[in-house]
Design a protein around this ligand. Sequence first.
Ligand code: PGA
Length: 243
Amino acid sequence: MLRIYKKSDYESMSRQVANLIAAQVTLKPKSVLGLATGSTPNGAYKYLIESCKQGDLSFAEISTVNLDEYVGLAPDHEQSYRYYMNDNLFNHVDIKLENTHVPNGLATHPTQECLQYEQLIADLGGVDLQLLGMGHNGHIAFNEPSESYTKITNVVDLAERTIQANSIYFENDVNKVPKQAFTMGIGSIMRARKIVIAVSGAEKAESLVKAFQGPITPSLPASILQVHHDVVLVADEAALSKF
Ligand code: PGA
């Protein structure tokens, strides 16, 4: 089932996403949250930090698993997703850092890292709420358009468009953007009990309408969400302008 929240702008989209996560955390304090990085969830994390500081929310018993990480970046690299999570959320709320998980970008045995990450998710009892963004090309996590869906955490080559989009975080130099990433697979994402996908901006409108109203195809990875039983799409008017 799909529920759509159409919000006027990025700020109100962010508040809505934060409200959904806060509801999950409040109703099930031991939840496993699947978290995302990038510019989209940033605003929601700010609202969650605020609620936590005001004493309205506690992450003390929460566990988290992140969707992805760049291959080759150390956890303390400013553009690594571990750094992003610590900086944008974990360091400002009462979560126990040992209960937060991001794939290890420096893993020497990538295949083993992928299997261990998948096992970790299973050992935690699966993801209760998975937060997703969507790339301009319809990717979710780093599952780029391709000919088939990946089942579990794996290592992928990033698409040119993704490298281009993410170069803003690497001094606008595409050569500095890592070319590969660990990512939870489409299967790993689809196993989450609830999915919240946040999308903002007119430049994603075309992919967004195709994802939810077009054919289900790995060439537009987000389209698979049409068959998940509990998806909430929170988007601003610009992103929903072609619906
Ligand atoms: P963004 O990335 O939030 O930085 O636009 C979304 C994504 O690539 O999943």
